[in-house]
Design a protein around this ligand. Sequence first.
Ligand SMILES: [Zn+2]
Length: 283
Amino acid sequence: MEAAAQQILTVFFVLLVLAFTAAVGWMVFHAPIRRVAAWNQSLRGRFFPAQEYQRQILTRSFDYYRQLNFRDRLRFEQRVRQFLTDKEFISRGELPITDEVKTLVAACAVQLTFGLPPVNLRHFRKIILYPDAYYSTINDNYHQGEVNTAGVIVLSWKHFLQGYRDPSDSRNVGLHEMAHALLIENRTRYNGEYNFLDEKKLADFRAYADLEYQRMQAGKSQLLRDYAQTSPAEFFSVAVEVFFENPESMAVEAPRLYQSLQDLLGQDPRRMQFRRRPDIKGC
Ligand SMILES: [Zn+2]
């Protein structure tokens, strides 16, 4: 009996030592591992600069890129290349996955995250593209895009392009889905890309989002379309669309909401002028 009790005590002690070692190990190595992961990511971008064909596609078709200065264009190209290093594109239907498709989807993600430290949305390894809106059995409806927490971004290519063809209608399904992916990535711990959004700035955005939500409910604001009221995540995605496509109106109608998004994303789209429509072959 005494031997059994001693055995249990030994096992308990060993478990305690293991738990303590794991806790200390996490505290000591967590931050350096994240730093090395971020350094590795920026290094990959430096060693794999964009190729000429990507530069041509961006110059021809991506207004945001065209308005950057030389130095920022290089940084944008690196991020596009970086984004594409670990992504698998899957075509559903007849849509060919061309360099143009890949480059523009990557450019959309980079546009959203350009004011942040490099964010690759690493959790989202698969990007599924349909030629047009696709039928979803989940809610018995046609979708233009969606993001799932298993790490998949789904887009209708037709609607993705429409989002950029009219740069001021507050509709951009690419930015909408990337915004969903950004919030999920920010909560995803395993891959080193975690908690990169400033917590205080995120809290500020949520507070002003709440106020805007109340104004919408009271019928006092039509800045965001009704769909924003579906959930906090949808509110963020719809707000991101308006932030990039109608920054002037947003800054006037909901200045604190605009400022909080500007602070959170580290950029001010009012400085950009999205005038030219993308010139994309075959569309
Ligand atoms: Zn959504």
